[in-house]
Design a protein around this ligand. Structure first.
Ligand SMILES: [Zn+2]
Length: 570
């Protein structure tokens, strides 16, 4: 018994040891396996990181080189673009299907190739309606590109380096960790703009001249792919006839206001004193003013229509070809062109930024705009380097809603206690915002008199007017006469008075009329063979589609607005 008794525990002990040993060995193997897996996963993730970095640098290299380093293009790399491209590159590194990966990156390379060459050649990002030309007019483009190789070579160099980095990134993906559905994230990232189109409409496709090339490429190509902007090919408008003469005035300063309706200005007969400075100018022989009617009821289309001198409904070809674009005409006549805007660059889609020598937008002036309001624009104005002839456009933010925000920049006025009704409160705030505007105009004229004391004209209008409670309505965008009621005035400083004489004799001056008169000051006489002898037009907000427009005519010194109609694209 003792023998057995002493033996059993030994066997038991041995079996426990054996079991423990097995478990130990097993757990060691498991641990090794785990360590191996963990290390190989870590290695894979390291490869993902390298791959994503190569792709990210590859995609952003042209912006960095052409925009930041040699400043050949106006493009930049904003933080949101950097994060977006980095995110896309990370998602691409996890894609399992290499065919999908190669297809996406090939699309980006081709699209960027078209974008970069277009931007470098024309000076502005490509629009969707020009993309097809890259394929249909390839021979012509190739010839033009070859002739300008001495200018375009940095673009090509940046593209070659970009492609090398992207190819190295693709080669790395073999060793990367993969997720089965990573392609879905990539597809969703690329589909953001087309998806946003169904919520925000066509503005998601508008190009931005100081954003990144990839950002503009995705916008333009998304629009081109879903073909949302039908072009009225069949309206057959005849081209404008332009006769060039000597310029009449050397310095033309155009101020484009924001949301300013003349009917609320004391200058135009409003019962309370909110434009004391402008009112005083009434007796000044250098000052003339009249009632204006804007071409649109919204900022974005208003700027496109004004600067491209659009008259006839659906004549989008003049926005696209920019034959009578004011910046284009000014530059043709030897003017240096400037644009200083207190608003975002996105509003200048199709306004002709390729003909502007110097521009500053809200993002460039953010800090000073915040502390000084639109007077910050005047600081920028004083820093400009002028040439012999100058066309300067100042684009205001005031008196955009909320109107009360402008009070802090003009301490002489106090909005006071809240009113009982929304209409009264809004009118009160709008009234005070106009007081600030009058103060701004005083500062502006005084500033321009100092920096351009001779042969200068200041011209003012607003992009559109505003509803301040009429029929219980507020804001703009509605096709109503109140929304297109804008001021038009001019102030000459030792300069030709032909525009002043014109305005003095016009009880109403439309944006289209004003555009033609400004062209005359450049020495460009415009004849529009499509001009309706009686009617003028207020265009809707979606001018690239079969949009609604409102005809109007001058009757006994008043504008008579007719029923709205729709552009027929058939
Ligand atoms: Zn506006």
């Amino acid at each position: 018994m003792p023998k057995n008794q002493s033996f059993k525990p030994k066997i038991f002990h041995f079996s426990i040891c054996l079991g423990a040993g097995r478990e130990y060995v097993h757990s060691c193997v498991e641990q090794e396996k785990y360590n191996f897996q963990w290390n190989s996963e870590r290695m894979n993730l390291k490869q993902n990181f390298i791959c994503a970095t190569l792709l990210c640098f590859g995609i952003l290299l042209p912006d960095f080189y052409l925009g930041h380093l040699i400043k050949m293009l106006s493009c930049t790399i904003p933080l949101n673009t950097l994060l977006g491209v980095a995110g896309l590159a990370v998602a691409l590194s996890f894609v399992e299907n290499r065919k999908f990966l190669v297809a996406v990156l090939t699309f980006l390379i081709i699209a960027q190739c078209i974008q970069l060459n277009h931007w470098a050649y024309f000076g502005a990002p490509i629009n969707s309606h020009d993309i097809s030309k890259a394929f249909t007019e390839f021979e012509e483009i190739f010839q033009a590109g070859s002739a300008h190789a001495n200018i375009l070579w940095p673009v090509w160099l940046s593209q070659i380096l970009s492609v090398i980095l992207i190819v190295l990134g693709i080669l790395r993906t073999k060793k990367c960790r993969h997720y089965h559905f990573a392609w879905v994230i990539v597809l969703l990232a690329l589909a953001v703009n087309p998806l946003l189109f169904y919520i925000k409409g066509t503005p998601v496709f508008h190009t931005k001249p100081i954003s990144s090339t990839i950002h503009n490429t995705l916008r333009a190509f998304s629009c081109w792919i879903i073909n949302s902007q039908a072009t009225p090919h069949n309206l057959n408008y005849k081209p404008f006839q332009i006769t060039y003469r000597s310029p009449k005035i050397k310095n033309i300063v155009l101020i484009m206001g924001e949301s300013i309706s003349s009917r609320y200005m004391q200058l135009y007969g409003y019962k309370e004193a909110n434009t004391p400075f402008l009112n005083k100018l009434k007796g000044d022989p250098n000052f003339t003013y009249t009632k204006g009617i804007s071409s649109s009821v919204d900022t974005l289309t208003g700027l496109q229509l004004f600067f491209n001198m659009v008259h006839n409904p659906g004549s989008i070809q003049f926005i696209q070809n920019k034959s009578v674009n004011l910046f284009n005409l000014a530059r043709h006549q030897g003017y240096k062109t400037f644009l200083i805007s207190a608003q975002g660059e996105g509003l200048f889609h199709e306004v002709g930024t390729q003909f502007i020598d110097y521009y500053r937008f809200k993002n460039d002036l953010l800090k000073s705009l915040k502390t000084k309001g639109d007077e910050a624009l005047l600081d920028t104005l004083t820093e400009l380097k002028f040439e012999d002839k100058n066309f300067i456009v100042i684009h205001l933010r005031h008196i955009h809603e909320p109107y009360a925000q402008w009070e802090k920049y003009f301490p002489n006025t106090k909005i006071g206690n809240p009113e009982h009704s929304r209409i009264q409160q809004t009118r009160n705030e709008y009234f005070h915002a106009l007081s600030y505007h009058d103060h701004w105009v005083e500062q502006c004229i005084s500033c321009i008199k100092k920096i351009l004391p001779d042969n200068t004209i200041i011209i003012f209008t607003s992009d559109h007017g505003q509803l301040i409670g009429e029929d219980g309505l507020f804001g703009h965008n509605l096709m109503r006469s109140e929304v297109v009621d804008v001021p038009v005035w001019a102030y000459t400083i030792n300069a030709d008075t032909s525009l002043s004489t014109y305005l003095r004799n016009q009880p109403i001056c439309s944006h289209y009329d004003l555009g033609k008169q400004i062209a005359k000051l450049f020495g460009a006489e415009i004849i529009n063979p499509n001009e309706d002898p009686v009617l003028q037009f207020v265009h809707g907000t979606e001018i690239h589609t079969n949009y609604v427009f409102m005809p109007w005519k001058k009757t006994n010194d008043h504008a008579e607005f007719l029923k709205t109609r729709r552009v027929s694209l058939n």
